[in-house]
Design a protein around this ligand. Structure first.
Ligand SMILES: O=c1ccn([C@@H]2O[C@H](COP(=O)(O)O)[C@@H](O)[C@H]2O)c(=O)[nH]1
Length: 290
């Protein structure tokens, strides 16, 4: 899916919800336990119930890889089942030396038909390039993540310079320090474009998100951390939503595990619809403001 098609989906539905299929075999409702294809059946029911209330699904590969071959089968069945209208993200957080990254890119873009894959940029340019080479596919690079550990490396000060010098380097930044995540995003923005590159910015970092949006007005951001991690949809949206959307806000556990019984899919639908309604209002607000 290209940028224009993604924007059309978001604007058409006034919705930027990405539902995370972090499907844990140990958390499935009891009545599915006997099924050979329990994970796919769970995902299928969630997708059927929620597809009108979101524009994207994110499959976190960890939950599938942990099941071995059966997990990969469930992943393939799920990605094939997601409607073509929805943006499909493999949250795999890959990145390695060039020839290995090329195999990761082939896995998620050719073997499995994902639109996007998350990439950890720590190994630098040659580790990211193979993903960026695919037309109409997206590389979603970790920028400032939602977890506490983002303080360990991402928020280290890498440079202290004069205000003028830094605002030239990173337009929109007017503070004297540059953090590692800013440096990474600045460099990454030069390797890709808003047509093929997104950044992950955690919903728990709404304050920094405002600065990041100023620096990158065109890029889409994938924003996880609303729901179970306590991030606020309203704060995130007011910090970074614009008339073309520019955001995909991910919610995983708070939607897919909204219910635990036989009506789990209906319960998920209820919560997804609540996010959809809130996004509709926030979208109106952002459109009026721009
Ligand atoms: O900074 C990050 C990057 C990725 N994630 C992933 O997003 C979902 C969040 O799940 P919730 O259940 O909605 O908390 C999950 O797959 C994480 O691995 C993130 O949380 N933060």
């Amino acid at each position: 899916m290209n940028r224009q098609e993604l924007i059309q989906q978001v604007k058409g539905k006034k919705n930027y919800l990405c539902i995370g299929l972090d499907t844990d075999i140990n958390k499935l409702p009891k009545h599915l336990h006997a099924s050979e294809q329990a994970v796919f059946e769970f995902n299928k029911a969630i997708i059927d119930a929620t597809k009108d209330f979101c524009v994207s699904y994110k499959i976190n590969t960890a939950f599938y890889e942990a099941m071995g071959i059966k997990g990969w089968e469930a992943l393939e069945q799920t990605v094939d089942y997601i409607p073509a209208t929805h943006f499909k993200i493999a949250d795999a957080k890959r990145g390695d030396i060039g020839n290995t990254s090329a195999q990761y890119a082939k896995t998620f873009f050719e073997v499995y038909n994902f639109d996007a894959v998350t990439v950890a940029p720590y190994m630098g340019e040659d580790s990211v390039r193979p993903f960026l080479e695919y037309e109409n596919k997206w590389t979603i690079v970790l920028g400032l993540t939602s977890n506490k550990g983002s303080e360990d490396f991402q928020q280290l000060v890498v440079r202290t310079e004069s205000e003028e010098f830094l605002s030239e380097l990173t337009p929109g930044h007017h503070h004297k320090q540059q953090y590692l995540y800013e440096k990474v995003m600045q460099q990454m923005a030069g390797w890709g474009t808003p047509e093929n590159l997104m950044f992950v910015v955690g919903a728990t970092k709404a304050e920094q998100l405002q600065q990041i949006r100023k620096a990158y007005p065109e890029h889409f951001f994938l924003v996880p951390g609303v729901g179970s991690q306590g991030g606020s949809l309203a704060e995130v949206s007011r910090a970074a939503l614009h008339a073309d959307g520019g955001l995909l806000v991910n919610v995983s556990r708070a939607i897919i595990y909204a219910g635990t019984g036989e009506r789990f899919a209906e319960d998920a639908k209820t919560i997804a619809e609540q996010y959809h309604d809130e996004m509709n209002s926030l979208f109106e607000e952002a459109s009026l403001a721009s």
